[in-house]
Design a protein around this ligand. Structure first.
Ligand code: SF4
Length: 255
């Protein structure tokens, strides 16, 4: 049964913030938090990195669960929301709905650099020509910029989403930062239990058949018993935008 209260606390103090050996420190964290609840993982991260921890959320189909857990622990934690300027209007409305529903007080909407857009995507057609370049311009570089002051961040990825996410640890190194994955071990059934028990609103596009919701040009309705992220970059081998596939500190700067 999923633990949805934050009673469980770590018995030991968490390791220090990584500076010189982030991989080793992340592995130590992951081992210590291996059986911790999502709440306990978020609490441990917030305690260890006060003022230097951010949450990254797409406000997509499954985002409400992580955001609910974060709100339970500290509704003032910075939450970074990447608006690529290609999002569905329903996602922007859902962001506003969840902010009000959960009482989140520090949601920061990040947009790509206007000068970088003018230089590299002046006709707004890069998403049809080179999706990796478009994701780099509209997602990776802006997030790298906004995460610069933080020593750690929290993502909502789950192992059941498959692909490169099937083996994600609870904690991993992102360059010199720590990245926490408090929902890594959650099952799809447990996620739906949280939606029901907490009476969380669903993304409005779910009812229209969307399972994983990102940018308009790169999101399609999932067919049949699709896997968790089917419907993204349909017809391409691409499965990730890039914010999780390499250290953000190594991302090319905006131009
Ligand atoms: S998901 Fe598509 S539209 Fe969005 S940034 Fe990536 S390539 Fe561009």
């Amino acid at each position: 049964m999923l633990q949805t209260s934050h009673q469980a606390r770590l018995q030991e103090s968490p390791p220090d913030t990584p500076q010189e050996q982030p991989e080793e420190t992340a592995a130590e964290w992951a081992q210590r938090l291996a059986s911790a609840s999502p709440h306990a993982i978020i609490e441990a991260a917030a305690r260890a990195l006060p003022g230097r921890l951010a949450v990254v959320s797409s406000f997509g189909a499954e985002s409400a669960v992580l955001l609910k857990f974060v709100a339970d622990v500290d509704s003032s934690l910075p939450i970074l929301f990447l608006d690529t300027l290609w999002l569905f209007k329903e996602t922007l409305a859902y962001r506003d709905l969840l902010v009000a529903h959960l009482g989140l007080t520090n949601v920061r909407t990040i947009t790509p650099s206007p000068s970088a857009l003018a230089n590299r995507d002046p006709r707004r057609d890069l998403c049809f020509l080179d999706q990796d370049a478009c994701c780099s311009l509209r997602k990776v570089a802006p997030l790298a910029r906004e995460l610069a002051p933080f020593a750690g961040w929290i993502s909502g990825r789950k192992r059941y989403q498959g692909g490169g996410r099937a083996g994600i640890p609870i904690v991993e190194a992102d360059g010199r930062r720590l990245k926490f994955n408090p929902l890594a071990a959650l099952t799809a059934t447990e996620l739906n239990e949280v939606f029901a028990s907490a009476n969380l609103p669903r993304h409005p596009l779910e009812a229209a058949g969307y399972r994983s919701i990102g940018c308009i040009p790169c999101t399609s309705r999932a067919l049949g018993a699709a896997a968790g992220r089917d419907g993204r970059w349909s017809g391409l081998v691409k499965t990730e935008c890039g914010i999780h596939t390499r250290a953000l500190s190594a991302a090319a700067p905006e131009a």
